[in-house]
Ligand binder design. Structure first.
Ligand code: SAM
Length: 275
């Protein structure tokens, strides 16, 4: 049976190319094109936009992005078994899909990007997802090469990304994301939507860069959040002792009896700038 985009159903693609899912590559495929379209639509209108996708796999999300009118998709996939399936999509959308076989963790994404707006959309492999997000948040120059990121994570990671102070999920990731982006959870995706189903619920997170993040050296911010959340139940005078303890907190005008999870992003920035 043909699908709305005229390409074969994803289940047939997986059978034909022998794409049995490999756990080591974080392969949990989405076969429902309505769902992949819903994810792609979360990124906003895609006409004229170049999209970077990590891990296209058999191409469910890639097809959704292209069918919604993206000018081009640049997709980085580590598993060479997926390339023939992706080549079929490439010939269905001539000149609009560029597949790079490689490890996304070793890819210099900024250098791949042509002129014009770029959005990142991906159902990320769970084992490298957080590291990729952090890499995209850390460039020395800001605003970054991307206009938005629409990313699927395990729900617990999504909660850490959007968490603010006084939330149990708040930690280093929440501070970093809150400092440079506005992040929101768009919707949950249950395990049974994937083939094979993962153990936990997933969630789609949408992040846009802040125009003017508070000025701060990212290395210093990382140092203070690492120390503070390394002992999150302890008072700050204890947890940031190695960085200057009470004197540092006094300089940043922060009560040394407070705990890491009560500090806002702005207060963490103050602490980093006092280092
Ligand atoms: N986008 C497809 C979908 O939604 O059905 C597949 C998503 S699956 C969760 C993750 C994909 O990332 C797999 O295709 C896997 O081979 C690929 N992958 C895993 N590690 C990778 C890496 N380091 N670099 C690039 N791709 C990777």
């Amino acid at each position: 049976m043909a699908t709305l985009d005229g390409l074969p159903p994803l289940r047939d693609v997986i059978d034909r190319f022998g794409l049995d899912a490999r756990k080591a590559l974080g392969q949990n495929f989405l076969l429902d094109l309505n769902l992949t379209q819903k994810i792609a639509r979360t990124a906003g209108p895609l006409e004229g936009i170049t999209v970077i996708e990590v891990g296209p796999g058999p191409g469910g999300l890639t097809r959704a992005i292209l069918s919604l009118g993206a000018k081009k998709v640049i997709a980085v996939e580590r598993d060479p078994r997926c390339l023939p399936a992706l080549a079929e999509i490439e010939s269905h959308y001539p000149g609009r899909l560029e597949v790079i076989e490689g490890d996304a963790l070793k890819t210099d994404f900024a250098s791949l990007v042509p002129d014009g707006p770029v959005r990142i959309i991906a159902n990320l492999p769970y084992n490298v997802g957080t590291q990729l997000l952090v890499n995209w948040l850390l460039p020395a120059t800001w605003p970054p090469f991307w206009q938005s990121m629409t990313l699927m994570f395990q729900k617990e990671v999504g909660q850490r990304i959007v968490a603010e102070e006084d939330d149990d999920h708040y930690g280093r990731l929440g501070v970093l994301c809150g400092w440079r982006t506005e992040a929101r959870m768009a919707f949950d995706v249950p395990p049974q939507a994937f083939t094979p189903p993962p153990k936990v619920t997933s969630t789609v997170v949408h992040l846009t860069p802040r125009d003017n993040p508070l000025p701060c050296d990212v290395t210093k911010l990382e140092r203070v959040t690492m120390a503070a959340f390394g002992q999150r139940r302890k008072m700050l005078r204890q947890s940031v002792k190695s960085l200057g303890g009470e004197a540092l907190l006094q300089k940043a005008d922060i009560d040394p009896q407070r705990r890491a999870e009560t500090l806002s992003v702005e207060e963490f920035v103050r602490l980093a700038n006092a280092l």
